[in-house]
Design a protein around this ligand. Sequence first.
Ligand SMILES: NC(=O)c1ccc[n+]([C@@H]2O[C@H](COP(=O)([O-])OP(=O)(O)OC[C@H]3O[C@@H](n4cnc5c(N)ncnc54)[C@H](O)[C@@H]3O)[C@@H](O)[C@H]2O)c1
Ligand SMILES: [Fe+2]
Length: 381
Amino acid sequence: MSVKFQTVPLIESGLNKVHFLTNICNQLNIKRPIIITDEGLYNLGFVEKIEKILKKKNISSCVYKKVLADPPENNIFEAVNLYKSFNADGVIGLGGGSPMDVAKAVSYFSINSIEIEKCYGVNKLKNKRAPLIQIPTTAGTGSEVTPIAIFTLINQQKMGIVDPILYADCAILDAEFTLDLPKTITAYSGIDAMVHAIEAYTTKLKKNPISDALAKKALKLLGSNIRTAVEKPLNKEAREKMLLGSMLAGMAFANAPCAAVHALAYPIGAKFHVPHGLSNSLVLPEVLKFNSINVESLYCEIAADCLPDLIGEKINIDKFILGIEKLINDLQIPKKLRDVGIDQNDISILAKDALKQERLLINNPREVKLNDAISIYEASL
Ligand SMILES: NC(=O)c1ccc[n+]([C@@H]2O[C@H](COP(=O)([O-])OP(=O)(O)OC[C@H]3O[C@@H](n4cnc5c(N)ncnc54)[C@H](O)[C@@H]3O)[C@@H](O)[C@H]2O)c1
Ligand SMILES: [Fe+2]
């Protein structure tokens, strides 16, 4: 069996690990970093905390805080301008997937002049990037350990730049940053992380023993902590395990890529501004039903990891899918496309857009044709 596996070379995980930041800057020779974040996190005082840590070691920084959720390309170019005018020499991504994805692109485009249109797709980048440290504040996209950056274009399509150059130099996982996450975002981003691991475990082309082990451990951590993290936001143990689980899921799907859940979720996010994890959750049960014809046994293998209530039970596919639906219901996540303002008239365009996500659909364990996408959306209405 031939396996290729890549990930970020240094992971620092644990409460208060953010204090290692200056050491890591030294190792990477970063003396003037740009911090990339969003307004919400800035207002929570996270940037101030980081600036204080940096200042103690005489590292001065600048801040780009205008990243929008499902970021537009414009965020990259504004931040690159700031990087250049500040004479920065490294990038710190602080946030959920949106700031971390912008941080990746800034680390690349700040030292490479190439048109972004030529970079979408897989393995399109050349040369190097500036040093890059990622600090996730959601659990989550796993973006801190993926070589993927997703942007929303003016035509409302979500497009990805996927290239090993975008693996960060270091990811710092400090669950203190996730304690303020509201219940909704905890639930949405937690389901996103579970979907990453489920799709990695059942991916068609690059499934391998390393990503399988990571996906299974990720699902154990996420499945047994997601309810606590939503119900008791200040429970540090649950928050730490969610953050670790989402990172392991990120390592898995970076090497064994996501598939139809993400392909069908992207147009929902791009056209209706539905948060990424919620978009995934809305189509998840119907994609599981669609795929189960081909990967029923794989779903059964991870069922008790996702749903600890099933431990010790005789597993079958119905119990798995019903259990996932119950989890979504218990976490008070909207269940149907209608709940987010989507109706029958929107389905044909959503399905056409989903089919454009070839990068993802080639990994799905069952071929998705236009009619299948329409049926899945209709069943999710
Ligand atoms: N690069 C990848 O591998 C990858 C994988 C999956 C998703 N994504 C992308 O990531 C984006 C979604 O990221 P996300 O779900 O992490 O959300 P996000 O980064 O878009 O943030 C959503 C909201 O949560 C708030 N928030 C974040 N952390 C918080 C905290 N600790 N406390 C309080 N509020 C907090 C933010 O301020 C923002 O308002 C999408 O653009 C998606 O396409 C990327
Ligand atoms: Fe995702």
